[in-house]
Structures are given as C-alpha cells and as structure tokens.
Design a protein around this ligand. Structure first.
Ligand SMILES: [Zn+2]
Ligand SMILES: [Zn+2]
Ligand SMILES: [Zn+2]
Ligand SMILES: [Zn+2]
Length: 219
C-alpha cells in the first residue's frame, strides 16, 4: 500500500518535520533543552519493521533496564493482551520470560539487564511483541549524551498516516482483521465498514501504531 512518509512533531519545541529531518532537528533541539548532569542517556529511534511510517524518538537513562524499555514500547504502541516479547541485540535474545529449564535449547537472557551494558551508540537492534500475531520493531541507538533524565521520555513521534478508505478515499477509521493480510481493501471509513461483508465483529479502530489491526489492539 502506498502510504505517505509521515511527518512528525518534536515534543520539546513543537516543530513539525519529516522523519530524516527530525533526526537532524533533535540533535540540536535536545542540546538546547537538556538538563545538565552526569547520567548516561541514550537517544533511541524506533520504527515498525515493514511499517516505517510509524516512528518515534525517545530518550532513556542508560541505567534503565531492557524491561523498562519494553514497558515503554507496550504502553506507547503495543499492549493488547499481555503477550510475550523479546529484544534481539547482536545475536542475543533478551526475553521477557526466559526459559528456566537448563535442558532447553532456549539460550535467551532476561530483560533485566541495563541498557548501558547491552547497547552503545550506533547499535541497531530488534523487538518483537506477541509471537503469534507478531509486531516487529527496528530500533537504533542514535546518540548518547550526559545529562539528567528521570525516566524514558518521548522526544518526537509520527503524525497518524493518512490511510484512505478502499471504497471512497476518505480517511479510513476502521480496519477489517480478516482482510488486512489481503491488502488495502481492509481499510475503510465508518460508512463503508458498516457495509463490509465480514461483519462488524472483525473490525478494529485505525490507530497510530505499527500494531494497528493486529490481535485486539485498539490503541
Ligand atoms: Zn524541537
Ligand atoms: Zn493480543
Ligand atoms: Zn469509505
Ligand atoms: Zn473483511
């Protein structure tokens, strides 16, 4: 489906710009707004794998754990019904519930590891939520700075992409979870969703997240 590259908004100053421009903008804007301190802080860019129109930049203390980052991703973009999740960093899997069985082949580690011990500027890594109807995210440590930051903070995020109704071209408000894998016909406005053959039980609201239309995700 041809979707526009979405613009996004900087939470620090309100500037609106495109995705690549935002990375450049934040390099300046974060420096202008940052509180002084000695804490290590990572700036991380996150986007949907295969759905790059959904993106955000966050800052997070390097002393926070991967589990804290996982919670932030769930709260902002992912959580529907408490599915399992995992990060993959340089070939190592960090699981939310690692297999304790020593005879198991599962060699994944726990998410209770500090970001500063697992990541560094330039490192690209992945996150998966729900191993059934999986939502995959691509993450990258864009920068590291010294400063003061209490907790994970959203710096900038994409504006909702405009997805047209397959029948009339008006903005789609609902997506049919039966037809979503077939392509653009699943995306409909309220009026055309009412007329859609699959029935209303299969519809989920169109929300600003790479998990739109998956499982029971309603934003
Ligand atoms: Zn800004
Ligand atoms: Zn679910
Ligand atoms: Zn329509
Ligand atoms: Zn359908």
């Amino acid at each position: 489906m041809a979707r526009q590259t979405s613009q996004g908004k900087c939470n620090l100053c309100g500037t609106t710009c495109g995705k690549a421009a935002m990375t450049r903008h934040l390099a300046k804007c974060v420096a202008e707004h940052a509180k002084a301190g000695a804490q290590r802080i990572f700036q991380i860019q996150i986007e949907g794998r295969g759905a790059p129109e959904y993106w955000m930049h966050i800052e997070i203390p390097a002393t926070a754990s991967l589990k804290v980052l996982d919670s932030f991703l769930r709260k902002t973009w992912l959580e529907c019904c408490g599915h399992l999740s995992a990060f993959t960093i340089g070939g190592t899997t960090y699981d939310i519930a690692p297999e304790p069985d020593p005879w198991s082949d599962d060699k994944s580690k726990s998410m209770v590891v500090k970001l500063g011990d697992a990541l560094a500027p330039g490192v690209k890594f992945g996150h998966e939520y729900d191993f059934g109807t999986t939502t995959e995210l691509a993450l990258k440590v864009v920068a590291e700075r010294r400063g003061a930051l209490k907790s994970a903070t959203l710096l900038a995020r994409n504006a909702p992409p405009l997805i047209p109704c397959a029948e009339c071209g008006a903005p789609a408000t609902q997506v049919c979870t039966q037809c979503i894998y077939e392509g653009p016909d699943a995306w409909l406005c309220d009026a055309h969703a009412d007329a859609h053959a699959c029935g209303e039980d299969y519809f989920l609201p169109v929300v600003n997240s790479p998990r739109v239309g998956m499982c029971g995700y309603t934003g």
